[in-house]
Design a protein around this ligand. Structure first.
Ligand code: GLA
Length: 379
């Protein structure tokens, strides 16, 4: 596939066109970090009407424009218009989260007989935990971007080197995250990492989706399928208890396409602990390194569909329960309760403390590899 690198004048010209003339990558300066370091923004376009913007700050997906069934293109993600907005991102909109996405109980784990202590920055149900990598996780770091061209599509590869001891985690961790946009309307997110000492890892992509393209509307009308017969039961601190609970006959059953809001007010303990949907579902048939189906979401108003597959064992479906209208995002919209959802493929929450979970340990000589394929269509 021919790739066109757009230079500033061409970028200005292309923005006058209704659809991208060609697939390609453009690069611009997005702004500066508070310490003066320059931050780049990459724009990927494909030949099928999609556009993805990715920034070096937090390896964040800034926006994703997707056509609906009438061909109308709209951004389907929550976020901010400027780098300044993203610098204050406390909801992890679009972010790459690490080293350990999701929760670690009490911020403590033991590895090879040694105890590690992390800062606790979250306490659902009054039970402290380390959430999403700690006080300043990967979502707040400046990564180094470069354009990459593959057979699958054009992409941007971002690299970050996390120092030994950063946020309490052992080993120097070298991480790359690659976003690729294909002409078949796939947005592929891939994370790889290597370490100089044994450590634990769970790098997570945290985009907030509203497939209607109208971020003022609720996602409770979206239809969701989760390819999971079980979810991880948790305590009030949203830490898995070790029990894999069957979804059958409960409001957690999304094995068939179901409107998200249909059972959200049910008198069900898990929904009370999560303040709605905020749980890890165990994906059916996960085999290490093979991609399995994780989820399918459809907005009935616009017909937009997002199908997600992954090589990870679980998916956290978070229904935007903590959004409360206090965050002003793109276009000045105040993001209200449940106006977006996250589908975070990952290892089990608190895996380092759960001997029954798939291992979260990465050792020198091994490579961590996490793939997510988001495929967009409209019907
Ligand atoms: C994840 C968690 C939620 C919440 C969001 C960020 O999805 O499971 O509980 O912390 O991230 O607000």
């Amino acid at each position: 596939m021919k790739t066109l690198i757009l230079f500033p004048t061409l970028i200005a010209m292309s923005s006058l066109l209704s659809a991208p003339a060609s697939a390609g990558i453009s690069e611009s300066v997005y702004g500066k970090m508070p310490d003066g370091r320059e931050v780049k923004l990459y724009t990927l376009t494909n030949t099928s009407g999609m556009e993805a913007k990715v920034t070096e700050y937090g390896a964040i997906l800034v926006s994703l424009k997707v056509p609906d069934k009438a061909g109308k293109v709209a951004d389907v993600t929550h976020g901010y218009d400027t780098l300044e907005g993203w610098l204050g991102n406390s909801s992890y909109f679009g972010a790459t989260v690490g080293r350990f996405g999701n929760r670690i109980a009490n911020g403590k784990f033991t590895l090879d007989g040694k105890s590690y202590s992390l800062v606790t920055n979250n306490d659902p149900g009054g039970m402290p935990c380390s959430l999403h990598g700690g006080t300043e996780g990967f979502s707040k770091k400046l990564w180094k971007g470069e354009a990459v061209y593959t057979k699958g599509g054009d992409g941007v590869k971002l690299t970050y080197v996390s120092a030994d001891g950063e946020e309490g985690y052992p080993g120097v961790l070298t991480v790359t995250v690659t976003y690729t946009l294909t002409n078949a309307n796939d947005l592929v997110w891939e994370a790889e990492a290597t370490t100089t000492a044994p450590t634990v890892i769970n790098i997570v992509h945290h985009s907030y989706w509203n497939l209607s393209g109208d971020p003022a509307t609720s996602i409770n009308d979206h239809e969701l399928t989760l390819f999971a017969d079980q979810y991880l039961a948790t305590n009030a601190g949203m830490i898995p208890t070790g029990e894999k609970a069957a979804v059958a006959g409960t409001p957690m059953d999304f094995t068939k396409a179901t409107v998200i809001g249909e059972r959200i007010a049910a008198d069900y303990e898990a929904l009370k602990f999560g303040g709605g949907y905020d749980h890890a579902w165990v994906l059916n048939g996960t085999a290490e390194r093979a991609l399995v189906k994780a989820a399918r979401v459809r907005d009935p108003k616009t017909g937009r569909v997002m199908s997600l597959s992954t090589n990870q064992p679980a998916v956290q479906f978070y229904g935007g329960n903590f959004l409360d209208g206090t965050t002003t995002g793109k276009g000045g919209v105040k993001y209200q309760h449940r106006t977006a959802l996250c589908l975070e493929t990952e290892n089990y929450p608190d895996a380092p403390n759960n001997p029954k979970a798939p291992t979260a340990v990465l050792r020198p000589g091994e490579t961590y590899h996490h793939t997510m394929v988001h495929t967009f269509s409209a019907e």
